[in-house]
Design a protein around this ligand. Structure first.
Ligand SMILES: Nc1ncnc2c1ncn2[C@@H]1O[C@H](COP(=O)(O)OP(=O)(O)OP(=O)(O)O)[C@@H](O)[C@H]1O
Length: 246
């Protein structure tokens, strides 16, 4: 379970994330939606202990992400918006390294790495250097790294941004498979068709403010909007922008 308790981030006088209170249930796929600059990455970086909150806290399975980041990382798999690898390690070596960092023996890390390379269609690229991977391959390798320790929670920042349709579909299928195994997934995106396909519930963040939460049906009803998630999203964020301007 993920609990945001008034979590906020201020840069100087700019409120990047306004006090955020929200609970993501165990086993849920939760879409964190918002336009560019809404505060999604800032929120996720606070969840991963990379940024220090200005106020409030976020707990994962009862652990404070700021004060207990190592324990949190044992339970969580994280895919950053731009995965960065050691360029001159091979895909197989990167997975092995991440596995060993999680405390697995060399043999166990190798076994897990090999299984994930196959599962993510990277078997043939396993001996290639990461510097030569395409963006789609890097995202898949990043997701494989995030899953190597069988985490109960996945936190994904824009997992399919920039991928071609085939790679995008493949990553979404992997995520659905993880969700089917009961993994809790918190996924940020501005790609609404993915959210519509994948998420049990969504939250819409706009200029640091959570302006709507619920299932698509609930949000539609609250916003008195019809049509796709895109229509609902544009209506809600448009209204929120007007309120801010007034
Ligand atoms: N270090 C910083 N100093 C000042 N402002 C920052 C800093 N980091 C982020 N911001 C601002 O905070 C706001 C939220 O940024 P954030 O990266 O969280 O948005 P996002 O929702 O992830 O956007 P995108 O979809 O474009 O990645 C933006 O206006 C951004 O310019």
């Amino acid at each position: 379970m993920i609990e945001f308790q008034g979590l906020s981030k201020v840069y100087g006088s700019f409120h990047a994330v306004k006090p955020l209170t929200l609970t993501v249930r165990r086993g849920e796929v939760f879409g964190f939606l918002g336009p560019n600059g809404a505060g999604k990455t800032t929120t996720i970086r606070m969840m991963m202990g990379i940024l220090v909150p200005s106020g409030g806290q976020v707990l994962i399975d009862g652990l404070d992400c700021h004060t207990e980041p190592a324990e949190v990382k044992r339970r969580v798999g994280y895919l950053p918006d731009t995965p960065v690898f050691y360029d001159y390690l091979r895909g197989r070596e990167i997975l092995q390294f991440v596995g060993e960092m999680h405390g697995f023996s060399r043999a166990e890390a190798a076994r897990r790495g090999a299984r994930l390379l196959t599962e993510f269609g990277l078997e043939e690229a396993g001996e290639d250097y990461a510097v030569n991977y395409s963006l789609g391959m890097k995202k898949r390798l990043g997701l494989a790294c995030a899953l190597i320790h069988d985490p109960a929670v996945l936190i994904l920042d824009e997992p399919i941004n920039g991928l071609d349709p085939r790679a995008s579909r493949e990553v979404q299928e992997r995520l659905l498979a993880a969700a089917a195994r009961g993994v809790t997934i918190f996924v940020s995106t501005h790609l609404l068709d993915m959210a519509e396909r994948l998420c049990d519930r969504v939250g819409i963040i706009h200029r640091g403010d959570l302006v709507a939460t619920g299932t698509l049906e609930e949000i539609r009803a609250d916003a008195s909007a019809t049509g796709s998630l895109e229509d609902v999203f544009l209506k809600i964020t448009g209204e929120a922008a007007e309120e801010t301007a007034q």
